[in-house]
Structures are given as structure tokens and as C-alpha cells.
Design a protein around this ligand. Structure first.
Ligand SMILES: Nc1ncnc2c1ncn2[C@@H]1O[C@H](COP(=O)(O)OP(=O)(O)OP(=O)(O)O)[C@@H](O)[C@H]1O
Ligand SMILES: [Mg+2]
Length: 228
């Protein structure tokens, strides 16, 4: 469904991503892992169109989207849950979800169904987003993406700064999201967490692919992650 070939991107002279190739099929979870600064966020931003590709190609549902603006990619079903959540903190939870609804495609997700998936978000729908806990904010950010009915959901470090029980709750929502027809590309620093849910892993090391596939043992992953 999503096929990336030889993708490079960066910031000015900085080549943060070099020659990345990966693909995701319908109903699959791919985890991109890697240390701080490995290029994970850069990859997601480039797929979502927030950062231009320097070279390479991004195919989505058989069409070349490499040069499309972000809103066009969103309209086709590529939706990013950004690092740090990026909620509108002075707006209520529900107002944040309405922002997601503005990019709505046809599909199973609605305010009612995301509230069912995240009851805590439903309970707090009239609160200011900025007043909620980190876990609640993360759930709201995922809900905001879901109401647009993505075909592929790009999740950047869902677990960052959250307690293990909260992380487990958020990860427990992923099977339901898959079952509703959305594939998931998630970025995660917590390798054990990533391996638990992913069909395949893709490890980045200083902007390049150091490992890709499935069924690896921990020592192999550790070498790819740390480059030692
Ligand atoms: N806006 C920017 N301007 C210049 N360089 C940047 C910018 N954002 C990131 N970089 C650099 O690009 C490289 C990759 O950064 P990126 O944020 O993609 O890493 P990451 O894997 O997401 O790291 P983290 O786990 O800390 O989120 C790093 O060397 C980083 O310093
Ligand atoms: Mg990052």
C-alpha cells in the first residue's frame, strides 16, 4: 500500500535520511526503531509531506505522492500523529477532534467511535486539551488522526514520557485500529515495545537502514540500533 524507494531527506546541508526503502501492506504494523537522532521523525515527516524528499519515491495506493503537499496526502489517507502530540492546548478535546474531522475521508471512524475506543477522551471532551495528562493528550492526538479515517497512520513515539501502564493502554488500541482497515507505521525508541506489536521492524542508524525484516534476535537488533 505504501512503498518507499531510496528516499533521502534532510535539513539544508544535513542529510538526515539516506536511501531508505520500505513498504507496508494492508493491515500491517511496521515499527521503525533507532536511537536519538537516527532519523525516525524525519522519515515520518517526509512521508507525510511536511519535509520535501531530496530524492527517492513515495508510492501510495499505486500513485506517486512524492511531490504532493501534506493536505493532499492527508486527503488520500496518510495521517501523522506528530512527535510531542501537537494538540491545540487552549482548545477543548472535542475542538481538537473537529480539526481532524476537517480532513475526514469516508470510513468507519467518527467522534462516536473514537470516544468508544478511548473512553477517557470521551469523559474529558469539554476540557482544555492542555489541562490533560500526557497519556490523555496522546490518546486525543491519536483520536484526532483517526477521525480523518487514515489508510495509514504514522505514529511518532506514542510512549514518550508516559508510564508503562498508560503505554500499555495506548498500545492495546492498535489491534482495533488495524481491524478497522488502517495500517500503522510506528516509530518507537522502546525496542521491546515495538517488537511486541510489529509484523516487521526497520532499524535506522544515523539516517541509514541498519536492519530490516522480521524474526530477529535481540543481539542482532542491538547491534543495528547502536551500530556496535
Ligand atoms: N529542524 C532541523 N534542522 C536541522 N537538523 C535537524 C532538524 N530536525 C532534526 N535534525 C537532525 O536530523 C537528524 C535526525 O533527526 P530526527 O529528529 O529525525 O531523529 P529521531 O530519530 O526522530 O530522534 P529522536 O529519537 O530524538 O526523536 C538529527 O541529526 C537531528 O539533529
Ligand atoms: Mg523523533
Amino acid at each position: 500500500m505504501l512503498e518507499i524507494t531510496d528516499l533521502s531527506a534532510g535539513y539544508g546541508q544535513v542529510n538526515a535520511l539516506r536511501g531508505i526503502s520500505l513498504s507496508i501492506s494492508d493491515g500491517e504494523i511496521l515499527a521503525v526503531i533507532g536511537a536519538n537522532g537516527a532519523g525516525k521523525t524525519t522519515l515520518l515527516k517526509t512521508i507525510a509531506g511536511q519535509l520535501p524528499a531530496k530524492s527517492g519515491r513515495i508510492m501510495f495506493d499505486g500513485a506517486d505522492v512524492t511531490r504532493l503537499p501534506t493536505f493532499e496526502r492527508a486527503r488520500q489517507g496518510i495521517i501523522l500523529v506528530p512527535e510531542g502530540r501537537r494538540l491545540f492546548k487552549s482548545l477543548t478535546v472535542e475542538e481538537n477532534l473537529q480539526v481532524g474531522l476537517s480532513a475526514k475521508r469516508p470510513g468507519p471512524w467518527s467522534l462516536a467511535s473514537v470516544y468508544e475506543l478511548f473512553p477517557l477522551v470521551a469523559d474529558r471532551r469539554h476540557r482544555r486539551a492542555g489541562d490533560m495528562s500526557g497519556g490523555e493528550q496522546q490518546a486525543t492526538a491519536i483520536a484526532r488522526a483517526l477521525v480523518a479515517n487514515p489508510k495509514v497512520l504514522l505514529l511518532d513515539e506514542v510512549s514518550l514520557g508516559l508510564a508503562p501502564a498508560i503505554i500499555a493502554d495506548l498500545y492495546a488500541s492498535l489491534p482495533t485500529i488495524l481491524a478497522h482497515g488502517t495500517s500503522i507505521l510506528l516509530v518507537e525508541q522502546d525496542v521491546a515495545q515495538a517488537l511486541k506489536v510489529a509484523d516487521e521492524v526497520h532499524c535506522l542508524l544515523q539516517g541509514s537502514t541498519s536492519l530490516t525484516g522480521a524474526g530477529f534476535e535481540m543481539p542482532e537488533i542491538s547491534r543495528a540500533y547502536f551500530g556496535s
